[in-house]
Ligand binder design. Structure first.
Ligand code: PEP
Ligand code: MG
Length: 754
């Protein structure tokens, strides 16, 4: 006989479970009944429940079918055996022949050797694994997807029973080993800055009072109403957002609204309602699934999209239950938001004046929420493992975005040190702001041009704020990365036009798409590469897919009609590549002429120098380009054959070393003789000591993030060029691994503000 797992059957089973939960008896007694009911209903010879105890151990709490002596005796560590594997990965397994599974761990006390097939699902609550629900059969039974889903729904209802019972003691909860002692956690820097404040848990659990519903139609209607009110709330937010002005943030929010209408997501919720859950339980059920899927996905783009869905699910839950978010609850003035993940709209929900920093268990630099945090200037650290289990609401926290670290419950002296650091930073920022209108010129009168690196419309506001001479590097790929489809020529034109309008006459160097490597576009998915940094990226993609580049160039030409256009190509390795890219630009210019479209008044064409090979074709190249921009981020990784993303190599080679500086010095000299503008736009130029060395070897144009312009200008204004140039000339032929300490000592001795 096959089990009755139709929607109707599942509803009946859920109702029986609900009645049982509402009835009397101890937690253990109820659990014993639960396994009996489930086994009978699913026609399984065995149904067992394992519950997670302190120390990450899964203990057999109740069973129908296995030997009763094993109850409270059989224990498996997380990761051990099939049950441990299910808990470790928070994923379901359905095996027709469990004993041949490599993780099968035989426990003689259970008598399970006679059962062949096994299906286990994690019992999840709030993204945490509370236990594992297992059914087993003697036969080699193939459990189908629908059966697995039904058992998952049952597991969700069980999670509430377990959490609300006396079955697990406080020590068993995940917080068991949470010491209230100070702790330091490392993460990934998503936005710089330091903040001291109190933890606010972004997602206080929405408690669901009723899991099982009597009438699916009523629940579907409730879902519908909640969706309507959620949509109008998102619309209001779109209209009111302080970022509504800038195009790409609007885009983020709009793509987010699109998710709210995502058919697949909504139909999965409706299905869960039809199987017998209340609307809120159905949302949570689908959300649990999403979390599990998220934990298994490595593709950063997909992960972010799933986290947007998670954000929506939370929103929907609040509309269904009337629960308030931390955003609307009383927020302390020094809130440090802590979340597993957070959508961009959720961050915008908070009172900006009260949010001092954000901590996430997940998150990546390309996450929408990180982009919004940067635009709002809120320090943010991501990938802080288990922060939610180690922190309590209102715990004192220090977030050091600069060093990607978090200090929980810091001692007084640590707190004092950071308070001092914040003061120093504030003073420094104030004195730097005062430099805005002063020229970047050394003490001995050598003038420098400092440019801004930008990638979002909102970055252009910094042109005015920092007094930068223009945008030295506009990374056009960033707006592309925020979109779910490839923008057409008209959309791109409008976008570039906005960039130029905001630059208000200051020059902007547009770099054509630098995609591939770590910059993935959702709509240009390619197979994984072994060596993405040296793979099919940037100009290589553009030359193989010329229409991509032609459309972009067409949009740039149109956007700059009547004014000046500066355009450069990324990752050019040889002159022939530059020529091929240039030919596409010429073809687009010719096309404009043929159609009598207005052209830019001047078109300046350049290239990035990021691949060492190009250096040995400089003479030929310099006859063809109007300018060159050195991308030291990539250049140094290729010069030293040292992956820029590999943390083990982060300090292995120094850009302030004889080979790196000699290479750059020669480049400056050759470009100088040819009278071709040379700018440096890699991160190297944004650090004061490095900038000092670069000026000493002859660089006069540096392009950097907004936050670096003030400090670099302050350094330059305290520097006398003559002595440092002479000093460095002597150093470049030395055998040292690094010249950093020597240069630092020089700066100290000569009062250079590094
Ligand atoms: C560089 O490589 O130095 C550069 C500026 O380009 P990106 O960091 O965008 O690769
Ligand atoms: Mg680069």
């Amino acid at each position: 006989m096959q089990p009755s797992l139709t929607a109707g059957g599942s509803r009946r089973l859920l109702k029986r479970l609900r009645d049982l939960m509402a009835g009397g008896g101890s937690g253990q007694e109820r659990l014993n009944q639960v396994v009996r009911i489930i086994a009978a209903d699913l026609v399984a010879e065995v149904c067992s429940i394992y519950i997670m105890r302190a120390g990450e151990v899964l203990e057999l709490f109740a069973t129908q079918g296995l030997k009763q002596e094993a109850v409270h005796k059989t224990r498996l560590a997380v990761g051990e055996g099939i049950v441990g594997d299910i808990a470790a990965h928070a994923r379901s397994l359905a095996l027709a022949d469990a004993q041949s599974h490599p993780n099968f761990a035989y426990r003689p006390e259970t008598g399970e050797e006679i059962y062949h097939s096994l299906m286990g699902v994690p019992i999840l609550r709030g993204g945490r694994v509370l236990g594992v629900l297992v059914i087993q059969n003697r036969t080699f039974r193939e459990y189908d997807e629908e059966e697995v889903e039904t058992v998952q729904t049952i597991a969700m209802v069980l999670a509430e029973l377990i959490a609300g019972s006396d079955l697990i003691t406080p020590e068993d909860t995940m917080r068991a080993d949470l010491a209230l002692a100070p702790a330091r956690l490392d993460g990934l820097r998503l936005n710089e800055g330091i903040a001291i404040g109190r933890a606010v848990l972004h997602q206080p659990r929405v408690s669901i009072r009723q899991m099982v519903a009597d009438n699916p139609e009523v629940e579907l209607k409730r879902l519908d109403d909640a969706l309507t009110s959620m949509h109008s709330a998102i619309d209001d937010m779109l209209a009111a957002s302080e970022l509504a002005e800038s195009g790409e943030h609007r885009e983020i929010l709009e793509s987010y609204r699109m998710f709210a209408e995502d058919r697949g997501w909504l139909s999965r919720i409706s299905e869960a309602i039809r199987s017998g859950l209340t609307a809120e339980a159905a949302v949570q059920r689908v959300q649990d699934d999403t979390r599990v899927r998220m934990s298994q996905i490595t593709d950063p783009y997909l992960r972010e999209r799933l986290s947007d869905l998670e954000d929506l699910a939370n929103r929907l839950l609040r509309h269904l239950t009337g629960a308030r978010t931390a955003a609307r609850a009383d927020l302390p003035d020094d809130a440090i938001l802590v979340a597993r993940t957070m959508g961009p709209a959720e961050l915008l929900d908070y009172d900006r004046a009260k949010v001092k920093a954000v901590l996430l268990e997940e998150g990546s630099p390309t996450a929408h929420v990180a982009i919004v945090a940067r635009a709002l200037n809120v320090p943010m650290v991501g990938r802080v493992k288990n922060v939610l289990t180690r922190i309590e609401a209102l715990d004192p926290v220090i977030v050091d975005g600069d060093h990607a670290q978090v200090l929980l419950r810091p001692s007084d002296d640590v707190r004092e040190a950071f308070t001092a650091a914040i003061e120093v930073r504030a003073k420094r920022q104030a004195s730097i702001a005062a430099l805005r209108d002063l020229p970047a010129v050394t003490r001995d009168g050598v003038e420098l041009s400092l440019f801004l690196n930008a990638g979002l419309l909102i970055d252009l506001a910094y042109l005015e704020e920092t007094g930068a001479a223009g945008v030295g590097l506009y990374r056009t790929e960033l707006p592309f990365m925020l979109r779910s489809t490839f923008p057409d020529v008209a959309t791109q034109t409008e976008f570039y036009r906005k960039v130029l309008t905001r630059a208000a006459g200051k020059p902007v160097v547009f770099r054509t798409l630098d995609i591939g490597g770590d910059k993935l576009l959702p709509f240009l998915a390619e197979s994984e590469e072994e060596n993405p940094a040296m793979g099919w990226r940037a100009i290589r993609i553009a030359l193989d897919r010329p229409m991509l580049l032609r459309h972009q160039l067409r949009a740039l030409l149109r956007a700059a009609a009547g004014t000046r256009l500066d355009v450069m190509f990324p990752m050019v390795a040889e002159v022939a590549e530059f020529d091929a890219a240039r030919a596409l630009l010429d073809a687009e210019i010719a096309r404009c002429r043929r159609r009598s479209e207005a052209l830019p008044s001047t078109v300046r064409v350049g290239t990035m120098l990021e691949v060492p090979a190009l250096f040995w074709q400089l003479k030929t190249l310099l006859r063809r380009v109007d300018f060159i921009s050195v991308g030291t981020n990539d250049l140094m990784q290729f010069l030293f054959a040292s992956d820029r993303g590999n943390p083990r190599l982060a300090d292995r080679y120094d850009v302030l070393s004889p080979p790196a500086l000699s290479f750059l010095r020669e480049l400056v000299q050759v470009c100088g003789r040819a009278k071709v503008d040379l700018t440096l736009c890699g991160e190297m130029g944004s650090r004061t000591l490095e900038a000092m060395a670069l000026i000493a070897i002859g660089f006069r144009r540096l392009s950097m993030p907004a936050t670096a312009i003030g400090p670099v200008k302050a350094m330059a204004r305290s520097l006398t060029l003559g002595p440092v140039r002479d000093y460095l000339t002597g150093l470049c032929d030395r055998p040292e691994h690094s010249l950093r300490e020597s240069l630092r000592a020089f700066a100290r001795d000569h009062d250079v503000a590094i």
